[in-house]
Design a protein around this ligand. Structure first.
Ligand SMILES: [Zn+2]
Length: 91
């Protein structure tokens, strides 16, 4: 994965957005915030990737909840989310 420098938002900014991205996916964001978060996702590739991943994760979890939830899969998803969060906070 290429590491870009320059006009990328700061990690701190993206870490803040990640929380709101999760809430956007959960439909817990107010309309005004949705616009801000979507605008950021549009211009920030790492956040777009996280948004896509979170949506995928949610879809997997939703699917595994309706069936017999494979705990192995849920653990893997949880680890994946933690890794992303660590990567963001470490920069
Ligand atoms: Zn971002």
């Amino acid at each position: 994965m290429a590491h870009m420098h320059g006009d990328e938002p700061t990690n701190e900014e993206c870490a803040d957005f990640l929380e709101r991205i999760m809430r956007l996916i959960d439909n817990e964001l107010e309309e005004g915030d949705c616009v801000v978060v979507r605008a950021h996702i549009d211009t920030c590739n790492p956040c777009l990737e996280r948004y896509d991943l979170q949506r995928t994760v949610k879809a997997i979890v939703a699917r595994s909840c309706s069936e017999t939830a494979p705990s192995e899969l849920r653990d893997r998803v949880r680890v994946q989310i933690q890794e992303i969060q660590v990567r963001i906070s470490e920069g």
